[in-house]
Design a protein around this ligand. Sequence first.
Ligand code: UD1
Ligand code: MG
Length: 251
Amino acid sequence: MKPVATIILAAGKGTRMKSDLPKVLIPVGGKPMIHHVLETVKQLQFQPVVIVVGYRAEVVQAEIAGVSATFVRQEPQNGTGHAVQQAEPVLRQFTGDTVVLYGDVPFIRPETLHRLVDVHQKENATATILTVDMPDPTRYGRIVRLPNGHVARIVEHADASPEELAITEINTGIICFRTPELFEALQHINAQNQQGEMYLTDTIEIFSRAGKSIRAVKIEDPFEVMGLDNRAKVQAAEAQLRARKVWKDTP
Ligand code: UD1
Ligand code: MG
């Protein structure tokens, strides 16, 4: 594998958690959820690791002070694209690939990320998106494909047409990018959308319009990419973990 950096997004407030703890510090499976992500990243030897913090940044940084990572601040929290932009000063000289991960998507397996990067590098792609078919895709970004099957763009739930809302293949949020092209494309995004945010996902349409190659790796198990953004999901995840016990070890 060629060098792979990672940017872990952990700046969000997690309003739906109704907790004073920043979302990424809420425990699941016996430890703060961001620790699951950090262990996976360590196992894969992704380097450098950039962690984007914002909401209660000091608390998050103090909790994960031991890891070898660079922290950058995002203030205000103006969307996932804006969050990734904050990592540019750290990765400006880095010419390898960058995998974007979320601090609140804890169960992603090293094997899956390895496969994502492997496809990305073998296919010489500009971006490779980890996707999954969600039985209920509400709130997720949808993968819009051209008639030839290639990915054209990602449309956020809030911006989607009725036809697009019917798509069940969703963006897990985990995307592998060729680093210089990622930061170049981020210069061309804006916040003219329903949520008034800078979307990381808008880079995909920029790439596709420029004729760059975009790949998707579709996984089978939605649990692996479940975002724990409310209490009910944390509880459901705990129950699944108990039921699956060894699932992390099975391919
Ligand atoms: C995002 C994706 C969506 C995808 C979904 C998967 C975008 C625009 N949308 O939507 O396509 O289906 O994730 O879960 O990327 N964060 C920051 N700073 C910000 C905003 C968010 O650090 O300004 C962090 C959050 O802490 C979280 C992650 O980014 O870890 C995702 O943010 P969230 O608001 O949950 O994104 P979604 O709207 O769910
Ligand atoms: Mg979310």
